[in-house]
Design a protein around this ligand. Structure first.
Ligand SMILES: Cc1ncc(COP(=O)(O)O)c(C=O)c1O
Length: 292
């Protein structure tokens, strides 16, 4: 089993060693990818950036007209119960999915469905080696829909791009839409040029990553100037530094793009400063105080 045994399923904690959850065939998440999700970091069993993740989850639901049948306070309570009942005290992630619910197959959704909610914990270490050495990325066409700001279950273009990149020996795909660099297949992208940090604006063409927002706040604290502007592949090739951000990868340097080194293929000083600031703020001690 790759996940912790006790999972959250439709508002209840169930022990999968005793009972497996069952999902209806006509669950809309299964048939249409009709739902949203979040991946939330746990460091030493403690939530990291939980509030912004939940804010984005609720925004995603609102954008696709899913109305939760539970309150945010209830959800937070269940998530804390999930970590406590699994006695989870190490590094991991919570995968949380809310899909529209069960209905006889029909493209038109009913407004009175009960959304299907589940969440589980997967132990996951910080990718310290990759963070120190950096990764190779490959460019892939960004063929996704025009609402990438919604964290929807429809990840087929991301899945295809990431698999294609892997086959070419790369650890991440860098999406290009009409010659503009948007983001990674599972991450946001930043470049550094002349000590200025650049990243794609948080519009409908990217997911506004929680770590993206966090890194922007760290950059501000470190007095690193930031520009949320469009840039192309050539700008990346000529950059001083490049890195991806995401919940599981933190600040992950990109040293090579399509087989060519970026600025000599080394991890740059601004990337390292942001990694350090990120690391210095990781929760070390188990906090038992609840938000609710
Ligand atoms: C397409 C895409 N962009 C960006 C991100 C990074 O988001 P976050 O920092 O919230 O993990 C993800 C993470 O899943 C993603 O799938």
């Amino acid at each position: 089993m790759s996940h912790e045994p006790i999972i959250l399923f439709e508002g209840k904690l169930i022990d999968t060693r005793e009972k497996q959850p069952s999902v209806a065939l006509e669950e809309r998440g299964l048939q249409f990818g009709d739902g949203v999700y979040e991946v939330i970091r746990l460091y030493n069993g403690t939530f990291h950036l939980l509030d912004p993740h939940l804010a984005r989850l609720y925004r995603s639901m609102e954008e696709i007209e899913i109305t939760p049948t539970f309150s945010k306070a209830e959800l937070i309570h269940w998530l804390y119960e999930l970590t406590e009942q699994n006695n989870f005290k190490t590094d991991g992630i919570i995968y949380l999915q809310i899909s529209r619910g069960v209905q006889p197959r029909n493209h038109i959704f009913s407004l009175d469905l009960t959304p299907t909610l589940y969440a589980y914990i997967v132990p996951k270490e910080r990718p310290v080696k990759l963070m120190a050495e950096g990764i190779h990325a490959c460019t892939e066409q960004d063929i996704r829909w025009l609402r990438c700001d919604v964290k929807s279950l429809n990840l087929l273009p991301n899945v295809l791009a990431r698999t294609n990149a892997e086959r070419k020996g790369c650890q991440e795909a860098l999406f290009i839409r009409k010659s503009i660099v948007t983001e990674g297949s599972l991450s946001n992208f930043f470049l550094v040029k002349n000590n200025i940090l650049y990243t794609h604006p948080a519009d409908h063409l990217i997911l506004n990553g929680i770590v993206r927002q966090y890194v922007l706040s760290l950059a501000s604290k470190l007095h690193i100037p930031v520009r949320e502007e469009l840039f192309g592949v050539r700008d990346v090739q000529l950059a001083d530094e490049g890195f991806f951000t995401g919940t599981t990868i933190e600040v992950l340097p990109m040293t090579h793009l399509d087989g060519s080194p970026i600025a000599g293929g080394h991890v740059g000083p601004i990337t390292k400063a942001l990694q350090k600031a990120f690391q210095d703020n990781i929760p070390i001690q188990e906090k038992r105080s609840r938000l609710v």
